[in-house]
Design a protein around this ligand. Structure first.
Ligand code: NAD
Ligand code: DAU
Length: 353
């Protein structure tokens, strides 16, 4: 079959990537979606078990640090477009192992664009390199203000510095070589299939098993939360309708202090487990702060909502309830990944024996 597009999605076995792949494979039967993923600790093919047999889906086990393999995939599948999500994504890990972030997030991104140049340089106008990035590149906000698309970059962690650098490389390739690009910078995602090193799934798992809930510092840091399925729909809209070589901020206008969010999770889980209101809150433990902990992130999403007509499909409470239900019903998914290497990481991060 001749496909209208052959889209290489990197990092498709991860949290956000798996939701992007599901959306594209189902919505666009005339596109072939090639999932290129190294299956690091964060990659899990079971995230895609419901669509893995669909004709327009292919999985390739590969690492974006291996340039020759990327070129071979371009040839094998006649890749027309890239949606690039593969990354090392956890801030705490970037503090203990910054080089891994430099390699995957910067060199890996450049490797992909080198392969794209080679394959597409005869006519860049038919091809798109879409880079999925983060709001953390803009740094940390005080109590007022928002991140806009033209806010100056000011990354504060090794993770955000590596993502900022990759964004700069993407713009440099557009400017220097004529590669057609798009970049989106999104706020904190939550939802099904998120690896339980991140705040929400970690808290849900610990509440269920009556373990301590480690809140960094005094819990007053603020994040702007977006349901992962809404991030996937924004990527779809930007990929298809966004202007070439533009940046779009993605966020759901859901700012919450960490401690307020943890209280919401505790109370919803108490209802779910039939426990007296307030019982799970007793598990909250304030622990040593993350070094260089960004205080507040908040996205102004006006460009995306007004120019492209995107809006989130759920409120934060609806999204949290859906997330809680998913983790509750998928205990096996969680126990499969909380064994082995993840437990070693968990013990190191929280100084447990
Ligand atoms: P994740 O950690 O859940 O998944 C990352 C995926 O990339 C995994 O499947 C992993 O196997 C794969 N991968 C890692 N290194 C690779 C390599 N060298 N070669 C090929 N594959 C590799 O991450 P996520 O939370 O789904 O984030 C996806 C993207 O979205 C990242 O670029 C991240 O920076 C960005 N982002 C994430 C959030 C968030 O809240 N999670 C918000 C904004 C932007
Ligand atoms: O803003 C987008 C970013 O959001 C993405 O680019 C990153 O890939 C993603 O991991 C996320 O980064 P954060 O550092 O904000 O997410 P995390 O879930 O690690 O932490 C959310 C907040 O909760 C943060 O203020 C730190 C705090 N926290 C986190 C953990 C894991 C705790 O208080 N306790 C914890 O155990």
């Amino acid at each position: 079959m001749n496909y209208l597009k052959n889209i290489l999605v990197t990092g498709g076995a991860g949290f956000i990537g798996s939701h992007v792949i599901r959306l594209l494979v189902k919505k666009y039967p005339d596109y072939r979606i090639v999932n290129f993923d190294a299956l690091t600790y964060a990659g899990n093919l079971s995230n895609l078990s419901d669509i893995e047999k669909m004709n327009n889906y292919v999985f390739v086990h590969g690492n974006i640090l291996e340039a020759d393999h990327i070129s071979a995939v371009f040839n094998d599948y006649d890749i027309t477009d890239i949606i690039h999500l593969a990354a090392e994504s956890h801030v705490d890990r970037s503090i203990t192992d910054p080089l891994a972030f430099l390699k995957t997030n910067i060199i890996g991104t450049v490797n992909l664009m080198q392969a794209a140049r080679k394959a597409w340089e005869k006519d860049y106008s038919k091809h798109m390199f879409y880079h999925v990035s983060t709001d953390e590149v803009y740094g940390s906000l005080g109590p007022e203000g928002y991140f806009y698309e033209d806010t100056a970059y000011d990354p504060q962690s090794p993770y955000s510095a590596s993502k900022a650098s990759s964004d700069h490389f993407v713009r440099a390739y557009a400017n220097t070589y004529g590669l057609q690009t798009k970049i989106s910078n999104c706020s904190n995602n939550y939802g099904p299939n998120q690896f339980p090193e991140k705040l929400i799934p970690l808290m849900l798992n610990n509440i269920r098993h009556s373990k301590n809930l480690p809140v960094y510092g005094d819990g007053t840091n603020i994040r702007d939360w977006l349901f992962v399925i809404d991030h996937a729909s924004a990527i779809d809209v930007i990929f298809h309708k966004g202007r070439v070589n533009e940046t779009y901020n993605i966020g759901g206008n859901n700012e919450l202090q960490n401690i307020a969010l943890v209280h919401i999770l505790c109370d919803l889980m108490d209802q779910k487990m039939g426990k007296p209101q307030g019982s799970s809150r007793e598990l909250i433990t304030f622990v040593k702060d993350r070094p260089g902990h960004d205080h507040r992130y908040a996205i102004d999403n006006t460009k995306l909502t007004t120019e492209l007509g995107w809006s989130p499909s759920v409120t934060v409470v609806e999204g949290m309830k859906k997330t809680i239900d998913w983790y509750w019903d998928n205990e096996e998914w969680l126990s499969d990944i909380t064994s082995g290497s993840y437990m070693d990481y968990y013990k190191r991060q929280y100084s447990l024996n």
